[in-house]
Design a protein around this ligand. Structure first.
Ligand SMILES: C[S@@+](CC[C@H](N)C(=O)[O-])C[C@H]1O[C@@H](n2cnc3c(N)ncnc32)[C@H](O)[C@@H]1O
Length: 191
C-alpha cells in the first residue's frame, strides 16, 4: 500500500472514450498525475510506448473482473500480453469474481444488480430488437446476457486453480491469492 501512495503517476486504459471521461471526472479530487490511454488492453500498443519513457517499477491493476468479461480463449492471451509489457519486478493485481455457491447465487446476483443488468437489456434491445436472455453456463461458469444465439456480455466466475493456470504459461509468477467474500485478488510478479 505504501508503494501505491508514493506512486508518481497512474496510467488508465480503456477502449471506451466515455469511460476515460468518467475517470477524468473522478480524478479531479486526486493529486497524482493521471495519464489516460485510449488503448486495447489485449494489444497494449500505446502503453508499451509510454512505459519505454518511464523508469522505476510499475503495478498493473485490473479491477471489477474485467478479465472475466473476455471469452475464455482470450483471457490467458491478455494476461500473457501484460506479461510481455511488464518489466522484471513489476507487479500485477487482478480482481476476479469467485465461483461460490452455484446457480442460485447468480440468479440472486442478477436480481440484486437489476439496475446494472438493465443497461445491458437496453443494448440488446437496440441492437437486436428483442428482450435480453440471461443464462448461467454451468460448463464455462459464465453469466451470459444477450440473445439465445449470441451473448453480448460475459462475466466469468473463477476457481482458484484456474487462476494458477492463467499465470502458468506466461512470464508472470503467481505470488499470492487473497480471498474476499466474492472476489479473489491475485497478485503476480514479472520474472
Ligand atoms: C468491468 S469494467 C471496469 C471499469 C473500471 N476500469 C474499473 O476497474 O472499475 C470493464 C472495462 O473494460 C473496458 N474494456 C473491455 N475490453 C477492453 C479492451 N480490450 N481494451 C480496453 N478496454 C476494454 C470496458 O470498456 C469497461 O470500461
Amino acid at each position: 500500500m505504501r508503494d501505491v501512495e508514493t506512486t508518481r503517476a497512474v496510467i488508465g486504459i480503456d477502449y471506451s472514450p466515455h469511460m476515460l471521461d468518467k475517470c477524468r471526472e473522478i480524478w479531479r479530487s486526486y493529486p497524482k498525475k493521471l495519464v489516460l490511454l485510449l488503448d486495447d488492453f489485449e494489444k497494449l500498443q500505446k502503453l508499451e510506448k509510454v512505459l519505454r519513457r518511464e523508469h522505476g517499477p510499475a503495478v498493473f491493476i485490473c479491477l471489477s473482473n474485467t478479465l472475466g468479461n473476455l471469452p475464455s480463449e482470450r483471457r490467458k492471451k491478455a494476461v500473457a500480453k501484460i506479461g510481455t509489457v511488464a518489466r522484471p519486478g513489476d507487479l500485477v493485481i487482478f480482481a476476479l469474481y469467485k465461483r461460490v455457491a452455484g446457480r442460485k447465487q447468480y440468479t440472486e446476483e442478477i436480481k440484486y444488480y437489476k439496475k446494472y443488468y438493465r443497461t445491458l437489456e437496453t443494448v440488446v434491445k437496440a441492437i437486436y430488437g428483442i428482450h435480453a436472455t440471461y443464462k448461467y453456463d454451468e460448463t464455462g461458469h459464465d453469466i451470459l446476457v444477450g440473445t439465445n444465439e449470441e451473448p453480448i456480455f460475459i462475466s466469468h466466475r473463477w476457481a482458484k486453480g484456474e487462476i494458477a493456470a492463467l499465470f502458468s504459461s506466461t512470464c508472470l509468477r503467481l505470488e499470492d491469492i487473497l480471498e474476499g467474500d466474492y472476489t479473489f485478488f491475485s497478485i503476480g510478479k514479472k520474472f
